[in-house]
Design a protein around this ligand. Structure first.
Ligand SMILES: [Zn+2]
Length: 189
């Protein structure tokens, strides 16, 4: 058992099976009132096995760091072709824990209303969005000294005019890693 997570008596995702809202490469998502619960089960083929506890712990760390950093002063994102500007914020994890009932790692976050950007037709040019999100992903990787951040339109919402909220920074959390020099003993840095 991993030591990275606090064991708390959260409601197991199995109590929410009727509230399934979607799945990704590594998690299934359930709505739970004004929260969403992710359960990191992986999906089908072996290459999409659940991310390990250490990787999820790092994901939790950078997600909440990004939330703290931009909650009061959002990151301003420029769309170079359409000349639009948006404020960007990050949805935090309220808690992440290994569920005592099912054994999987589960995580609770606030529910962000509305559709994701991949299905909002007309408001975004999907090609421009792809370019903007790719550049932004690299910028965030440099800022947090990690690799594997991959913002995708399906993982962003726009609950208010001129505001974007990232609901998942990594489309595949298993690819998230600290930069190699972060792993050196501090005497060599
Ligand atoms: Zn559970």
């Amino acid at each position: 058992m991993s030591k990275e997570f606090e064991f708390v008596g959260g409601e197991c995702h199995r109590a929410l099976l009727d509230h399934f809202v979607g799945d990704g490469y590594d998690s299934r998502v359930y709505k739970n009132g004004d929260m969403v619960k992710r359960v990191y089960v992986g999906s089908g083929p072996k290459e999409f096995s659940p991310p390990g506890a250490r990787t999820l712990s790092l994901y939790w760390e950078i997600t909440n760091k990004a939330h703290e950093m931009f909650k009061d002063k959002p990151l301003v994102v420029n769309f170079p072709f359409s000349n639009e500007q948006y404020d960007l914020k990050f949805n935090p994890f309220i808690r992440m824990y290994r569920c005592l009932d099912c054994g999987y790692i589960e995580a609770d976050s606030p529910y962000i209303p509305g559709h994701n950007l991949s299905v909002i037709s007309g408001r975004f040019d999907q090609r421009e969005l792809r370019v903007v999100l790719k550049n932004l992903s690299h910028e965030l990787e440099d800022r947090f000294e990690v690799r594997g951040i991959n913002l995708e339109s399906v993982n962003l919402k726009s609950p208010e005019h001129r505001l974007l909220i990232v609901t998942d920074m990594c489309s595949s959390v298993a690819e998230l890693k600290r930069n190699w020099w972060q792993l050196l003993p501090s005497t060599l840095k």
